[in-house]
Design a protein around this ligand. Structure first.
Ligand SMILES: C[S@@+](CC[C@H](N)C(=O)[O-])C[C@H]1O[C@@H](n2cnc3c(N)ncnc32)[C@H](O)[C@@H]1O
Length: 500
C-alpha cells in the first residue's frame, strides 16, 4: 500500500524521529522507510498498523489516506453495499441540520428591573388588524401562525428597544421576526425540530444573491431527474401539476392507506433533498432546506385541488383530499426561492439575531433567571392541533422527530407511552412551563399568552397554571375572529420570583 509520503514524513519529523529511529521501531531497514516516504513502496496491513502505533495516528487514517477502507467498513460494504450506502446517507442527513439546545452566550440578569407600573392602560389597541398576505407571513407555512404585525403592538407597549423577549412555544418564530422588526432581540424555543428549523431560518439573515446562486446549482444538478419525472414523453415542457382523484378503501378491503406522496413526488423530493444536503455552505444549506420543507409539504397528497388556483394543503391536520393536485416540486421550489430571496433581501443583515433553541418549555435550559424583559407566547391549547403529528411531514426529512411524550397537548387517543395525555397532564405541563416563564422573567415582568380555544376547561387549566406560577391576570385584547384573544398576565405582587 502507498501512503502519501508527505504525511508520514511530516509526522515523523514533527515527532523528532529520524529515518533510522523509525526503521528501528518497525524492524525494517532505513531504505525501506525512505522509499515508503517517497511513495515508492507500499505497506502491508500489518506494517501500516505498526506504523500508526509508532506515529500515534489512527490506523484507519493511514488506511484511508492510502486509498483503502478499514476491514470492518470494507466488510460491511462487501456484505450489503446498498445497506451500507443507505446507512451512511441516513447518518449524513441526520447530521446535516442540527439545532442547539442552549444559547451561544449566557443571558445574565439586567441591572435595571422592569418598571413596577408600566403605563400600559389603553395602549393596547382593542382590535388589531393582521395581514396574512405579507411576504413574511407566507415565506413558510406553519399551523396557527400569529402574524408579526399582531405581535409588534404588544412588544412596543411592554418593552424598550434593545430588550430581550422570550417565546418558549415559538413555532415558526413569528415573535422573533416581530422582535427584530422592532429593534429588540429574542430567545425562542420549541419542542419540535421542524419548528426550530423554520424559526431559525425566519430569523437568521442569508445573502439573497448567494441563495439564488445555490438554488441554481441545485436546479442544474437535479434537472435530468426532474425532466424524466415531469416531462411526458413527446412533450416539450414539463407539467406544472397533475390532478388525481383517489378512491380510498378501508383496511377491511385489505388496501393499505396510501403514502403521503405519489411515487413520482417521493422520488423527485428525494433527489432534491440530496442536492440540498450537498450544498457545502452551512447557511445556504439551511436556507435551501427551508425552501425545501415548504416544498415537501406542497409535494404531498394533502395539496387540495382548487379550480380557481392556489392549490395547497390544509394547515394543522394531515388531511388527504379526494381531489389532490400533485405539484411539480421543482417548480414549487423555484417559486419559493423567489419569495425567500425577497424575504432575505428585506430582512437585511441585523447585527444581533434571535437565539433559537430546541427544547421543552418546561425546562428553558441555558436561559438565566431574571434575564428576560417580556414573554410573548402561543402555547398549544388542549387538543386543538397535534403539532408532533403535523410536523412529521417536515421532520421526516430533517431526520429528527418531536418527542410526543413531552408535547403539551390533551390527547386521549394515544397510550401514555406514545404521548397520550389527559387534561390533568396538560395542566401539569403548562404549570411547569409557566413556572419556567416566571423564572426567566425579570422581577415584575409581563407575559402575553395567546389563547385560541373555546373549551372552558382548557382555559381554566391555563389560568390555574399561570396563577400557580405567580402571575396575576391583567387584561384581554381581541386579535381577530380567527385568533380570538390575548390574555395578559403580570407578575403577582408578593408571589414567586417574577413578582415585584
Ligand atoms: C400554537 S403553536 C405556536 C405557533 C407560533 N405562534 C407561530 O406563530 O408559528 C405551539 C407550539 O408549541 C410547541 N410545543 C408543544 N409542546 C411543547 C413543549 N412542551 N415545549 C415547547 N414547545 C412545545 C409546538 O411544537 C408548537 O410549535
Amino acid at each position: 500500500m502507498t501512503i502519501p509520503a508527505s504525511h508520514i514524513k511530516k509526522r515523523r519529523e514533527a515527532m523528532g524521529l529520524t529515518v533510522t529511529d523509525l526503521a528501528g521501531k518497525l524492524g525494517v531497514d532505513k531504505s525501506f522507510i525512505s522509499r515508503v516516504e517517497a511513495g515508492e513502496r507500499s505497506l502491508s496491513d500489518a506494517q501500516s498498523q505498526a506504523l500508526a502505533a509508532v506515529l500515534n495516528v489512527p490506523a484507519d487514517l493511514l488506511l484511508l489516506e492510502s486509498g483503502k477502507l478499514p476491514a470492518d467498513v470494507q466488510g460491511a460494504i462487501d456484505a450489503d453495499t446498498a445497506a451500507a450506502v443507505a446507512a451512511v446517507r441516513a447518518r449524513a442527513e441526520q447530521m446535516a441540520i442540527t439545532h442547539p439546545k442552549a444559547p451561544k452566550r449566557a443571558f445574565t440578569p439586567h441591572a435595571t428591573p422592569i418598571s413596577l407600573a408600566p403605563d400600559i392602560e389603553g395602549r393596547i389597541p382593542a382590535r388589531i388588524e393582521v395581514s396574512k398576505a405579507s411576504t413574511t407571513y407566507r415565506a413558510h407555512s406553519y399551523h396557527t401562525k400569529v402574524p408579526p404585525s399582531a405581535i409588534k403592538p404588544f412588544i412596543e407597549v411592554f418593552t424598550e428597544p434593545g430588550d430581550l423577549i422570550s417565546d418558549p412555544f415559538c413555532g415558526s418564530g413569528m415573535t422573533g421576526v416581530a422582535a427584530l422588526d422592532s429593534g429588540r432581540n429574542a430567545i425562542l424555543s420549541d419542542l419540535s425540530p421542524a419548528a426550530v428549523h423554520i424559526a431559525r431560518n425566519y430569523t437568521a439573515p442569508c445573502d439573497p444573491k448567494a441563495f439564488r446562486a445555490a438554488f441554481e446549482r441545485l436546479r442544474d444538478a437535479v434537472e435530468p431527474t426532474m425532466s424524466w419525472l415531469y416531462t411526458p414523453v413527446g412533450a416539450k415542457r414539463p407539467i406544472e401539476y397533475t390532478v388525481w382523484s383517489d378512491v380510498f378503501r378501508c383496511e377491511a378491503c385489505e388496501k393499505p392507506v396510501r403514502d403521503m406522496y405519489t411515487d413520482r413526488n417521493r422520488i423527485a423530493l428525494g433527489r432534491l433533498w440530496r442536492g440540498v444536503l450537498a450544498e457545502p455552505d452551512d447557511r445556504l444549506r439551511r436556507a435551501l432546506a427551508f425552501a425545501f420543507t415548504n416544498t415537501a409539504w406542497h409535494g404531498t397528497r394533502m395539496r387540495r385541488f382548487n379550480a380557481r388556483g392556489g392549490h395547497r394543503p390544509l394547515t394543522g391536520t394531515l388531511y388527504v383530499p379526494q381531489l389532490s393536485a400533485e405539484a411539480n416540486v421543482l417548480e414549487v421550489m423555484r417559486k419559493k426561492i423567489g419569495q425567500l430571496q425577497a424575504y432575505y433581501q428585506a430582512l437585511g443583515a441585523p447585527t444581533e439575531t434571535p437565539h433559537v433553541l430546541m427544547g421543552s418549555a418546561t425546562q428553558l435550559t441555558g436561559v438565566a433567571d431574571a434575564s428576560v424583559d417580556y414573554v410573548f407566547t402561543d402555547p398549544p391549547f388542549g387538543s386543538n392541533i397535534f403539532y408532533a403529528d403535523c410536523n412529521l411531514i417536515w421532520e421526516s426529512w430533517l431526520g429528527r422527530i418531536t418527542d410526543p411524550t413531552r408535547e403539551a397537548v390533551v390527547n386521549r387517543s394515544l397510550s401514555v407511552a406514545s404521548g397520550g395525555k389527559s387534561l390533568k397532564d396538560y395542566a401539569g405541563l403548562m404549570t411547569a412551563s409557566m413556572k419556567e416563564i416566571a423564572r426567566v422573567l425579570k422581577p415584575g415582568g409581563w407575559a402575553t399568552v395567546v389563547f385560541h380555544n373555546t373549551d372552558g376547561d382548557v382555559w381554566a387549566a391555563l389560568s390555574a397554571a399561570a396563577r400557580e406560577a405567580g402571575f396575576e391576570f391583567h387584561e384581554a385584547a381581541s386579535l381577530d375572529r380567527k385568533q380570538q384573544s390575548h390574555k395578559g398576565y403580570k407578575g403577582r405582587e408578593g408571589g414567586v420570583r417574577c413578582a415585584n
